[in-house]
Design a binder for this molecule. Structure first.
Ligand code: UD1
Ligand code: CA
Length: 448
């Protein structure tokens, strides 16, 4: 039988102080809800996201990440049980189990959901995920008897004795989909908040003789984001984990704490990453590549043994072939840098292809934008582009061609040719000395 997912994401997130729905705030480049979806990526059933505040924006973002996701709208946020019920239509006739996750809780481990599934297979009708809280605060408290969960009491409704319980509710639930929907529909709102609490389910289940059990996980997994401070803390947790994974995978990080990863960064074995490097979304670095200090990469592919930086910027569509070099203060966007090619200093290469072993001199710019359209620059193999060359696209430089320093290249250069495109030099004998004398005299006159 399949296991479905309901991702509760209707809440406003007032404490974020934001015009943007909470679950769209990002950790490591991915919106919060996407992290929660990733936790559940091993589940084989339908995926339903319950949206409310900023419904359109959240639904659109969710469909972008997961085109098959089903969207259920909760127009008014009347509580977690009410939110779950909104997904009933989307799960109609689907059978199987369902897992409830929160869109603002990004770090539930897939292994934890597997353990909950094992408890289901071991005979539990419903499994709630709890944790031992260092500071139980306002979490729901779990009242147990042995392995059985008798009920959950929300903080507002709890007695002093119940508030003394340190086993807290994470909010994650696994149950038979049909059972869960039936019980969620029985939940009332006669409580301190006037909300329909999903946490009433264990007590309702017990009345029917159904067995609810508690699985536990580390408190760190249950970290929820409610404030900007929580978001920053979650980012730090993610980065710490990503650095540890990179190190374990055989990547050298000279100063791990200064390197920033995205949720999808892939770095090959024996790559070296110097301090203060930022990996934006969509970066793959192949084995043995060397990313030097203060480089910023996004949507880029760095081939094996390529060297990037220091102070390089790779923007989306940068494709660096094996053994290529992109040096300091170089920006590459939507461009292929061929095998063994070098763009070492102070250049902009955009909407271009640079052939194998070609050398791009310092200060070269592909002038790709005419103010309205973008144009391509094609540079062949074994080309030498002189320093400070402006390549006015669209333009093609043939294999083994050269451009002289300081050229403004507006016409194609055939293979093997040398292009000279600058004004010839004229020397005026003694004119500099004369000019200096005139200017100094003028300055002295002004003072006097
Ligand atoms: C909930 C639990 C509490 C648990 C805590 C863990 C209930 C009644 N309480 O409390 O036991 O310790 O989570 O963090 O379930 N949401 C909707 N629609 C709603 C209400 C909530 O989509 O009508 C979503 C929120 O966006 C959020 C999640 O469900 O992502 C949890 O809701 P929230 O109001 O934060 O619950 P808590 O009071 O924190
Ligand atoms: Ca909460």
């Amino acid at each position: 039988m399949p296991t479905h997912l309901i991702l509760l994401s209707a809440g406003e997130g007032t404490r974020m102080q934001s015009d943007m729905p909470k679950v769209l705030h990002r950790i490591a480049g991915a919106p919060l809800f996407q992290h929660a979806l990733a936790s559940a990526s091993a589940l084989d059933g339908r995926r339903v996201i319950v949206v409310g505040h900023g419904a359109e924006a959240v639904a659109a973002a969710a469909r972008e990440v997961d085109p098959d996701i089903l969207v259920a709208e909760q127009a008014e946020q009347l509580g977690t049980a009410h939110a779950v019920l909104q997904a009933a239509e989307a799960l109609k006739g689907a059978g199987g189990d369902v897992v409830i996750l929160y869109g603002d809780t990004p770090f539930i481990r897939p292994e934890t959901l597997e353990r909950m599934q094992a408890m289901r297979n071991g005979g539990a009708d419903i499994v709630f995920l709890g944790f031992e809280a260092r500071d139980p605060g306002r979490y729901g408290r779990m009242v147990t008897e042995g392995e059985r969960l008798l009920r959950i009491v929300e903080f507002k409704d709890a007695s002093d004795e119940e508030r003394g319980i340190s086993l807290c509710n994470s909010g994650v639930v696994l149950a038979d989909a049909e059972v869960l929907m039936r019980l969620a529909a029985e939940v009332g709102n006669d409580n301190a908040s006037g909300e329909f609490y999903l946490t009433d389910i264990p007590a309702l289940a017990a009345r029917e003789g159904l067995v609810t059990r508690v699985a536990t996980c580390d408190e760190a997994e249950t970290l929820g984001v409610n404030t900007r401070a929580d978001l920053a803390a979650a980012e730090a947790v993610f980065q710490q984990a990503a650095r540890a994974v990179a190190l374990a995978d055989g990547v050298t990080l000279q100063a791990p704490d200064t390197v920033q990863f995205s949720f999808d960064t892939v770095i090959g074995r024996d790559a070296v990453v110097e301090p203060y490097v930022v990996f934006g979304v969509g970066v793959t670095v192949e084995t043995g590549a060397h990313i030097r200090a203060f480089s910023h990469l996004e949507g880029a592919h760095v081939g094996a043994r390529a060297v990037v930086g220091p102070y390089a910027r790779l923007r989306p569509g940068a494709e660096l072939a094996n053994d290529s070099k992109v040096g300091n203060f170089v920006e590459v966007k939507n461009a292929e840098i061929g095998e063994g090619a070098k763009v070492n200093h102070l250049s902009y290469v955009g909407d271009a292809r640079v052939g194998e072993r070609t050398n791009i001199g310092a200060g070269t710019i592909t002038c790709n934008y005419d103010g309205v359209f973008k144009h391509r620059t094609e540079i062949g193999r074994d080309v030498f582009i002189g320093s400070n060359t402006m390549l006015v696209a669209p333009v093609t430089i043939g294999d083994e061609a050269m451009t002289a320093t300081g050229g403004v290249i507006t016409k194609d250069v055939p293979p093997g040719d040398m292009a000279l495109a600058r004004a010839p030099q004229v020397n005026k004998p003694g004119l500099a000395r004369k000019l200096f004398a005139r200017l100094r005299a003028a300055k002295a006159a002004r003072k006097g």
